[in-house]
Design a protein. Sequence first.
Length: 536
Amino acid sequence: MKKICLLFILLLGCFPVLAQQNVFIIPAPQSIEYGKGQLVWNTPLNIVCSSDLADEANLLKKCLINDYKSTSFINKTGTKNADITLTIDNKIGSEPTGAYELIIHSKGVNIKAAEKSGIYYGIQSLLQIIHKEQDGLALRKLTIKDFPAFQWRAFMLDESRNFKGKEVVEELLDRMGRLKMNIFHWHLTDDQGWRIEIKKYPELTKIGSCRDSTQTGGEAENRIYDGIPQCGFYTQKDIKEIVKYANERHITVIPEIEMPGHATAAVAAYPWLGLAGDSLKVSCSWGTNYNVFNVASPRVIQFIEDVIDELITLFPSPVIHVGGDEVRYNQWEKSDYVQKYMKQNNISSPSDLQVQFTNRISNLIKSKGKRMIGWNEITGDKLHEFQLSEDKKETNQKLADGTIVQFWKGDIGLIQKTAEKGYDIVNSFHEYTYLDYDNNQIPLEKAYAFSPVPEGLPAYLRTKIVGGGCQMWSERIPSVEEMYGKIFPRITAYAECFWTLPQNKNYKHFEQSLSYLKSNAAIYPQTNKEQVKTKK
């Protein structure tokens, strides 16, 4: 009995040692080599960096103060008394973008990378593994060599349905940056609201940003509405400030302006954009609307070019998102004007018309030095039952070269066909990545199991998958608290899916890391919001 008790005591004594052998970082690094012992800091801390890394050093300084109450100061020269040294080192390699090395040794911390984003990501890993010890801070000695598995690591926020505002967006950008996500896909227009100021067309926000009520339940003729007006949009000043805020966190903001469908709010503002007449108002209900742009009209094409010109002044992103999903063909079929245009241009079907329009916009965007991305309906493939009934012909149009296709619906065959045609692909398959789905539809483990490269895709096509995205659609999620309840903790799983190589993923370790991470207010909301249920 004494021997058993002694063995039990010895085992208990091992647990702190074993705990020190592990650090908890999300997303998990590609390689960690542990040293012996730990580095203990007492404040203030001395951060040393070159002048070109001042922004990254200042963010680190602010985080040390906010997260750990640790006073810090920054020096531009000398490393003799450095606690943290940030260094641009071309030996690390610039491919893939974001690679870094983090070394914690007896005298301090070194973070090295070939470019600034790698320094920033090294800082995020450092901030996750610091822990308080008595009157100081302690870090396990180690060497991390890390890089992203995918270059496109996106979170999408839909604000056309329920407007959240600048403060919430910046808070989300903070959390994205801490999780090494680098694309903020901003869904700004839809049937239920136009949320971005376009100076040449002021009615887009004067009329298109407001609806007089919101659907809260029911379907078809039995819909239930709350009777409460909802308005909101971002001024161009707001947009510039948010883009700057994102850029400081090495996040690219990609705006999505829906076309040719999901256009009700725009057509309500300027009826000549569509085919519905003058009585249309901003949609108060959910689901797919029939209102589309009149893509046969030169005036509409000019409108789109004008909007894109203003977008380009606001968003330095090399990519513009045009939506392109769930286009209903009824109005095109019934319009003599559109039918005449189709005959004159030898366009045999509505799906051909959509691809032809999409190519015009793709070439327009390309002429302005940008690249177009759209949901995978832009390929002309039929994904919906209503397309099969409204358009029985297969498209004979070819999507413009250089277009990025974002998959949200379909099967491996469609992804393979698109990759074989040479298009880059962002995988956002809805059954795994839609954050508006509840935790029963997409539990955490299922979210973690997602891979941007679908199983069965031939090896020679895998380089066409540039990454993945998770989507926060907001139809039935009016409050910020409910939104956080959908986003967390699943966004942490997607962050690891997009950053960490599949062979380095481990769900059990991820759960341990998540348990540790939940105490970090800078990354994880400090209430049990993942349990919040969406209102019926």
